[in-house]
Ligand binder design. Sequence first.
Ligand SMILES: [Zn+2]
Length: 193
Amino acid sequence: MTAPAPTRYFPAPRTARFCSQCGSPIRRGIPDYDNRERDICDRCGAIHYQNPRIVVGTLPRWQGKILLCRRAIEPRYDTWTLPAGFMELNENTVQGAERETQEESGAQVEIGSLYTLVDLPHIGQVHMFYLADALGPELAPGHESLDARYFDPAEIPWDELSFHSVSSTLRHYIEDSKRGVFPVRQYALKTPL
Ligand SMILES: [Zn+2]
């Protein structure tokens, strides 16, 4: 069985066919005073803007090891990832990163500085990873994780990682660990996988 195309898991942002305000069919078009195509409802006049979504996560550390979670959900079921997920309304990025870490691994962490800020314009996402320090070794993977454990940097399963934003964050981290200096890394990736 061949793996499904990545686009199946990362659909283009536009999925709605009907206006969420009034239920009428919507059309694509460029509104007045705009220069991009939007979803427009001619009946009620609503313009349904869509913008990138933010994924927040952490690179949690405990005694020199790095926490990874084995995904129990698609996309990328059964691959190892740093704990991360979509930011929710009414939380800030640090709170979101801490919440996702708790939900996926059970780890209690103290969030440190922002480490990677990764643009993924082709799927309309921005991924942000914070350095974090675990307050203890205890883990309790939630329903989104098959497993969670700390890896020595030399044991990271590079061939079984979930996303480019995760593998690139880990690569930067291991490289920066040699000097013990972790500047913010901002870059763009062309594909999520
Ligand atoms: Zn409408």
